[in-house]
Design a protein around this ligand. Structure first.
Ligand SMILES: [Zn+2]
Length: 124
């Protein structure tokens, strides 16, 4: 069997993105590349005064949004639970495993952080 190239999306991601809508695949890709619709990104491209998170005031990076922000603590607890208690909970497992991506999509929806972007898009 041919080894997957290290430059392309991981086989796990390709399989897991197969069942996702276009919008959800796009969000996961944004989070994986760091070009997510979060405040640090808007600030970097000149569309915001600062990179700070609206929830807590810290810089809103992908890692902050997914792993750290205390404004989304209860949603994050549900994401952890959805991945299973034996699953390792890191940015890599959330963005790079099938269960992680599925739990992440629910998390993104629950935080409503992409509400404007998601408007008019049917949930899966
Ligand atoms: Zn925050």
């Amino acid at each position: 069997m041919k080894e997957a190239g290290i430059d392309g999306p991981s086989p796990v991601f390709m399989r897991s993105s197969g069942g996702l809508s276009k919008a959800h695949t796009s969000i996961v890709t944004q989070l994986r590349t760091g070009h997510a619709h979060l405040n640090r990104h808007w600030w970097r491209i000149g569309l915001r005064e600062g990179p700070d998170c609206d929830e807590c005031g810290e810089e809103e990076t992908v890692k902050h949004f997914v792993m750290e922000c205390r404004g989304y603590r209860s949603q994050r607890q549900r994401m952890k639970r959805a991945m299973g208690k034996d699953a390792e909970f890191t940015l890599a497992t959330v963005l790079g495993t099938e269960k992680g991506v599925a739990a992440l999509i629910d998390y993104v929806q629950e935080t409503r952080r992409w509400t404007g972007f998601m408007r008019g898009i049917r949930p899966i």
